[in-house]
Design a protein around this ligand. Structure first.
Ligand code: GLN
Length: 226
């Protein structure tokens, strides 16, 4: 079975685990470096990205997460997880200088849609590889937007901004934003597929992770450090 670790610091990790199982994978909660051992993929859930970074720092997880990625494990970030996985954030970086895991060649705007009350759902046309079952019911909760992507990053979902949203943002010329991407073994979505009944994104990720080697951690080193 394809084994998927779900970073279980805070946020919607339990929902992700349940969806991974529905999608045919094995799910394991990850709070310590050694729990990554044997995983083919890792999900970084939504929640709050600065909190997640602070706890990762305190629990000594950054090196292990970076090592997991460097050794070719599949990684999927949803919402706060997308921010965490991004190489660049625009406004958030200036405000708080938060630490990022990085790796995914995109620029994100951390709270693009505003605050919690600006959360919303929409039927999003998506290009989920190997799937033509139509739009995905995407739930955006204080969601980040992807403003630009580097070469080799495949765009799988875009959200066309309705007039009322365009009126609220600074860049009036912006017509749409990117909300789902894939780049080799990395994947990211601004929205929360784990809280809908649809498991298509999880199936895609389990499939992607199935092509990766099971992670052999940096073993005793990591355990000693933790
Ligand atoms: N905007 C939040 C952050 O900065 C993410 C919100 C979410 O994950 N639902 O972390």
């Amino acid at each position: 079975k394809v084994k998927i670790g779900v970073l279980a610091i805070q946020g919607s990790f339990a929902e992700h685990c349940a969806h991974v199982r529905r999608a045919g994978g094995e799910a394991v909660e990850v709070r310590k470096a050694e729990q990554l051992s044997g995983c083919h993929g890792l999900i970084i859930p939504g929640g709050e990205s600065t909190t997640m970074a602070n706890i990762c720092r305190r629990w000594n997880l950054f090196d292990s997460l970076r090592d997991f990625q460097a050794k070719g494990g599949a990684v999927w970030g949803t919402c706060a997880g997308l921010i965490f996985l991004a190489e660049r954030i625009n406004r958030g970086a200036k405000e708080g200088g938060q630490e990022l895991l990085g790796g995914l060649d995109v620029t994100v705007d951390r709270n693009f849609f505003g605050s919690q009350i600006d959360s919303f759902e929409t039927n999003l046309p998506c290009k989920i590889p190997g799937d033509d079952n139509g739009p995905f019911r995407a739930i955006f909760i204080r969601a980040p937007a992807i403003l630009s992507v580097g070469d080799g990053v495949e765009v799988l979902g875009e959200y066309v901004l309705p007039a009322e949203k365009r009126a609220e943002i600074d860049d009036k010329a912006l017509e749409k934003i990117i909300v789902a991407v894939k780049s080799k073994r990395l994947m990211a979505t601004s929205f929360h597929p784990e809280i809908t009944a649809d498991t298509r994104w999880h199936k895609l990720f389990v499939e992607m992770a199935g092509d990766c080697e099971a992670y052999v951690g940096f073993g005793e080193d990591a355990v000693a450090k933790a």
